[in-house]
Design a binder for this molecule. Sequence first.
Ligand code: DAV
Length: 371
Amino acid sequence: MKVNAWNEWDPLTHVVVGRADGTMVQAPEPAVVRDWPEYGFPRGSYGPLPPEMVAAANEQLDNLARILEGRGIRVDRPETLDFARAVATPEWSQASMFGAMPVRDVLLTVGNELLEATMSFRSRWFEFLAYRPLIESYFREDPGMRWEAAPKPRLTRASYREGFWEAYEALSEAEQVALVRRGELVLSEAEPLFDAADVARCGKDLFVQLSLATNRAGGRWLRQHFPGHRVHLVTFGNPHPMHIDATWVPLRPGLVLHCAERPAEDELVQYLKVNDWEIVRAATPQRAGPPPLSACSRWLSMNVLVLDPGTVCVEASETAQIEQLGKLGFEVVPVPFWDVAAFGGGLHCATLDVHREGVLEDYFPMRYGRF
Ligand code: DAV
């Protein structure tokens, strides 16, 4: 057993798959607004996702685990906590936690290092505890593993822009995107904050999206933490940026899948170009919108899990995405996964690569602009 993963595509041999049990529509907090009156959760209310949804999601998660095991990949599953519990630090209290489905949000593997992200929601402050039994066992089994945790954030009022959501919701989409480009969203710069799922790994290059969960200070912390890497802070034309993995998805050396509704910065596009990388616009999703009670978008269609540079798991009903990846030369493994969406995402969100074969490589030898 060894912790090792430098990118999103090398042959996967060991993975964590999340669990749906106990997932909450989290109690109100400064970081996020939940407002789903049509599904029983109007603004300000909170509570567990319905048991029949939990059962359906767990079935699909278990099925994913079986598919991966069938291909010889070791699969581990987290513990779950009583996420309905109120939690507190000396500086705040929060009426509920969230869940342990999207492993990708919380943990980042870079080489032999497993890094616990800061997170930026109070409801997710303690989420690392669901993964600690696994992380502790990896630490016992692998003498070479680097186990790291980013500074636990304070998440006081000072970590959030006062009155952000009311002001933001009153803006036009163009005005919202202007703030996204400037990195001036709900998080202040009082302390480093990031979710691990805002990082896309391409060997020596780590692309970090500034988002509703990741601030500049978080990006700067990552840059200083990984001095052997080029850590690029990037933005996309998405008014609700939350994790890079339904927007900018590296599939293999020289190929990234991009959500064209969320334009990349020109400098980033040029950086890929001068390094002979191809940017492919992801196929249009099958659905017009996200599923009920999901904070994600329909672009979960491109939230794929690469098993090796020639094989990729794709949500089974996303036929256009399946066809596109087939044409790009991949063997596609269709995996039914839409019932998981409400629990925090798609196939990439739900997984964490503990081990991929392969070593650190530089896939971007040429510089361009700030890159
Ligand atoms: O852009 O729809 C997907 C990723 C959530 N972990 C989106 C967010």
